[in-house]
Design a protein around this ligand. Structure first.
Ligand code: NA7
Length: 544
């Protein structure tokens, strides 16, 4: 039965990644009739789609999982500190199976529109086949990086051989053995792909527009004894994550770069560089992300590491970023990326010097050269964060389009709700914490579940943020973003995607303040009885 017998469901969830799965779990706990829609043929979201060779965690797997269920923690063993895509997808499937989530999931279903109906205080969603579904609440769980973007290069669809985006890796293209391969892009995805496929390709040509700062991942296997130890440490691991700025397992050094002697500084740099994962980024001095000179010093340190690994000094210089500092974009991690360029069959093309003119039927034509390929790989990223929302026709009160609501910049309340879009909750929407994603998901889904429970108890049928609430939250998000070097750089984190119309300028797409502060503010809203939300109680005759 549903809360309102005229509606198909109580809650509709868009997306069966980790946000959608946990949302379903919590909605079921509230006894709500819930349905999850997923465009893919299986659950897992990011880990379902991104099966390109080399795809893996850059964060310690055991810090990047659900913490709410002791049984889940007890029953799952990780085999590597930074698990690969296949293992992580199995974890997602294990989660779904353990809680029998799939019976409420509908796969191969793309939601194309979601319209609020104010008269019945309900949502109506339509899928790509035209089928409709109605509910009281909608939860968006679409992920921040799911709208793949191809490069805006002439002829992008002209190539006759296999050509695909990394997040649409075809099953039969998994052997690139002996093939002539071209890859466009040098982001986190390209770096993972290149270091893996360099082992089997006939030749590889890497088209680079912007080099990224990247450093060794230093992945290792986890022994049985180690896993037992990690399991004992779970409470501490999760607490440390929650206490840190962006919920990662690594804590920032409290000292500033110039507080210490040059010798101490060099020693700290070497220490963190030699450690696994994001240590070099997150355990750095406290001012790495805010002080230009501090940032330059560490960037120089990493540049020298790159020079030591690349045989040809001219290629090394091309691989060293010149226009942004270390950690001002998401730092990709690698194992053997730089060494790829020491292979005779791997070539780096700097497209700033030698621009791509077009994609042809047989390869890629640059200003200086015609390249012939068997396969072209587009590692060209995503229309991040708002891209998922723009792909669906979201309409709020009076048919207002979400794209119009955000046309002068993203505005949200707590990164969870939007003015004029009642009963719609965003998990990993804009203005959310983008650090350790599962930590953000667990908190956001928890907050939403608590609020929906409150609505049920109070007989509230519709709720949306107040104008003042949205204004002050959006101002708060902007004020948190001040002074961060990362906001002075183009990247998906600052909302820029040069392949997408309307995404040429930087915006504040994510919450830049500390995670504990974010949670405190949201907790306070709850404790004050959700005072920045306008709530409508059911007229007794409409509540069935
Ligand atoms: P990213 O980090 O957005 O990287 C995309 C890459 O593709 C980047 O190097 C871009 O260069 C390049 N790109 C995009 N369009 C073009 C065109 N038209 N011509 C040449 N090069 C282009 O996406 P990823 O998939 O690597 O990583 C996304 C996130 O997934 C990552 O941060 C992790 O959190 C996991 P640019 O830098 O724009 O010059």
């Amino acid at each position: 039965a549903t809360l309102d017998s005229t509606l198909d469901y109580d809650v509709l969830v868009i997306g069966a990644g980790q946000s959608g799965m946990y949302s379903l779990y919590r909605m079921r706990e509230l006894g709500l009739k819930t349905r999850v829609f997923e465009a893919g043929s299986g659950e897992g979201g990011t880990w379902f789609w991104n099966k390109y060779p080399g795809a893996r965690f850059d964060s310690e797997s055991y810090s990047y999982i659900f913490s709410f269920s002791q049984e889940l923690l007890d029953e799952w063993d990780w085999t590597e500190h930074f698990a690969g895509q296949a293992e992580t997808l199995r974890y997602c499937q294990f989660f779904a199976q353990k809680f029998d989530l799939k019976r409420d999931m509908q796969f191969n279903t793309s939601i194309t529109s979601a319209h609020w109906r104010d008269d019945s205080k309900s949502w109506i969603l339509t899928d790509a086949t035209g089928k409709t579904y109605t509910s009281r609440f909608v939860i968006t769980a679409m992920g921040i990086l799911n709208q793949a973007t191809l490069p805006n290069i002439p002829g992008v669809h002209d190539f006759k051989g296999p050509a695909f985006h990394t997040s649409r890796w075809p099953d039969d293209a998994s052997t690139l053995n002996g093939k002539r391969v071209g890859i466009i892009g040098t982001g986190a995805t390209a770096i993972q792909t290149i270091q893996e496929i360099k082992k089997t390709v006939g030749s590889l040509t890497v088209f680079q527009r912007t080099p990224n700062w990247t450093a060794p991942l230093r992945n290792t296997k986890i022994t049985r004894e180690e896993m037992d130890e990690i399991r004992k440490q779970y409470p501490t691991i999760f607490q440390n994550c929650l206490d840190s700025y962006a919920c990662f397992i690594h804590q920032s050094d409290t000292r500033k770069t110039f507080d210490v002697t040059p010798e101490e500084r060099e020693k700290h740099y070497e220490d963190i560089y030699s450690q696994a994962g994001f240590s070099k980024w997150l355990k750095n001095f406290a001012d790495l992300g805010t002080d230009r000179q501090a940032n330059e010093l560490f960037s120089k340190f990493v540049a020298n590491k790159i020079r030591q690994r690349v045989n040809d000094p001219a290629i090394a210089e091309k691989l060293i970023p010149k226009n942004h500092g270390f950690g001002t974009r998401r730092v990709p991690l690698e194992g053997g990326y730089y060494e790829a360029f020491n292979q005779a069959n791997v070539k780096l093309v700097d497209i700033n010097e030698n621009p791509i003119i077009k994609i042809t039927e047989t390869g890629i034509k640059t200003q200086d050269e015609d390249f012939e390929f068997d396969i072209i790989i587009y590692a060209t990223g995503f229309d991040a964060v708002t891209g998922s929302f723009n792909a669906v026709d979201f309409r709020g009160i009076d048919g207002k389009k979400l794209t119009d609501e955000w046309s002068d910049g993203i505005q949200t309340y707590l990164g969870l709700t939007v003015l004029g879009f009642p009963n719609m909750f965003m998990i990993m929407g804009p203005h959310q914490m983008f650090g350790n994603i599962p930590r953000s998901i667990e908190y956001a889904v928890g907050w939403v579940a608590d609020f929906i429970e409150y609505c049920l108890k109070q007989g509230i049928v519709s709720a949306e943020p107040t104008e003042e609430g949205v204004k002050s939250w959006t101002e708060h998000v902007h004020s948190c973003a001040k002074g961060l070097l990362s906001n002075e750089v183009d990247s998906w984190m600052t909302g820029v995607n040069k392949n997408v119309a309307g995404k040429q300028k930087r915006t504040i797409a994510r919450y830049n303040g500390p995670a504990p502060g974010y949670r405190k503010r949201c907790d306070e809203v709850k404790d004050r009885g959700y005072e920045d939300l306008k709530m409508t109680a059911a007229a007794s005759d409409t509540l069935k």
